[in-house]
Design a protein around this ligand. Structure first.
Ligand SMILES: C[S@@+](CC[C@H](N)C(=O)[O-])C[C@H]1O[C@@H](n2cnc3c(N)ncnc32)[C@H](O)[C@@H]1O
Length: 317
């Protein structure tokens, strides 16, 4: 099988390009991994990064503006549909082209644009691994249509078989253990630790709600912050310590915070000077919860027996 036929960005607007200096650059005090952040339009910055030109990225996580006329600090979030799609295809191609053969690309996107993105990435030869849903219970109230309570989490790999995949650190307590106390789950032979399973493709649970109000994670100045557990799952299962992670739409910095704390090298781009500055401060401060502190927890909706919601994490995970 051949790998994805995505054209790597080797030039910018037909011209050879020089590498750009990052706006912010710092290293983690204990792991020593480097994080770099550039301020500007990702479509202009990414083609100038040698890591992208040489296809060295292990993981890309992108949570772009949704074109919902949101009051981002500087970005104008109301393009004509065709302009927004051109913008989307441009950054998707840059990100996909910058991936290693073992790399993966995740996109957080609402109903409005998910279908177009899936079709585009498939046409570019990327492999769809999962079409996950991030489900939350606190959607915007509506009376004339159903209330939105999800965002799509599109998980694509560059190569059909050679992607980095680490299920162990993201395992959760199975419903069989949490709800039914079924003894068969304690002796199962699927290679996974007893009572644990790979999470399902609809993501929800404790700490998975939208970050708002007086939520412990909330950083002022940004109302589109993703939960830390979401990025912890993505980074843990699809990259390794020392790997190179990119977020082209850094926002309040959630991907950078988690990647940096988890010992991954990090590259971020952000259009707003202020958002980038706040994100860097947040990355230096680290996550609000210890990495791995929610590992093995149950997401069972109904628990009928007295079973611990928090299973022991698998050995070595
Ligand atoms: C939805 S938010 C990202 C939120 C982020 N995932 C978090 O958890 O905080 C999108 C961000 O992308 C930035 N942005 C919009 N267009 C951009 C572009 N062309 N290049 C770089 N950043 C951009 C916006 O300023 C905004 O901060």
């Amino acid at each position: 099988m051949s790998s994805a036929k995505v054209r790597p960005a080797l030039e910018f607007e037909g011209q050879p390009v020089k590498a750009l200096k990052p706006t912010h650059c710092f290293t983690h005090p204990t792991s020593g991994v480097e994080a770099r952040v550039w301020v500007g339009d990702c479509r202009e910055i990414l083609p100038r990064l040698p890591e992208i030109q040489r296809s060295e990225l292990d993981l890309v996580f992108a949570d772009p503006p949704f074109n919902w006329a949101r009051a981002y600090d500087e970005w104008d979030d109301q393009m004509a549909d065709h302009e927004y799609l051109d913008f989307t295809y441009d950054w998707l191609d840059l990100c996909a082209g910058g991936l290693k053969d073992t790399g993966s690309l995740w996109v957080n996107i609402p109903d409005d644009w998910a279908a177009e993105i899936v079709v585009h990435l498939k046409q570019r030869g990327m492999t769809m691994v999962n079409w996950c849903i991030w489900h939350y219970r606190f959607g915007q109230n509506t009376k004339g249509r159903f209330i939105n309570s999800k965002v799509h989490v599109l998980y694509f790999s560059k190569h059909p078989t050679r992607r980095t995949w680490n299920p162990e650190p993201v395992l959760e307590t199975s419903d069989r253990r949490a709800i039914y106390g079924d003894p068969r789950t304690e002796s199962k032979r699927d290679g996974m630790p007893a009572g644990l399973r790979v999470p399902m493709d609809v993501w929800y649970g404790k700490f998975w709600g939208r970050v708002q109000g007086n939520n412990l994670e909330r950083r002022h100045y940004h109302d589109n912050q993703l939960p830390e557990v979401y990025l912890e799952r993505v980074i843990a299962c699809s990259s390794n310590p020392g790997d190179l992670v990119l977020d082209p739409f850094l926002g309040s910095g959630t991907t950078g915070v988690m990647a940096h704390a988890m010992g991954r090298r990090f590259i971020g781009t952000e259009f707003s000077v202020q958002n980038a500055k706040n994100a860097v401060e947040r990355m230096k401060a680290g996550p609000v919860r210890e990495i791995g502190s929610t590992r093995g927890a149950s997401t069972a909706i109904f628990e009928t027996r007295r079973v611990s919601r928090q299973a022991k994490p698998p050995k070595g995970a």
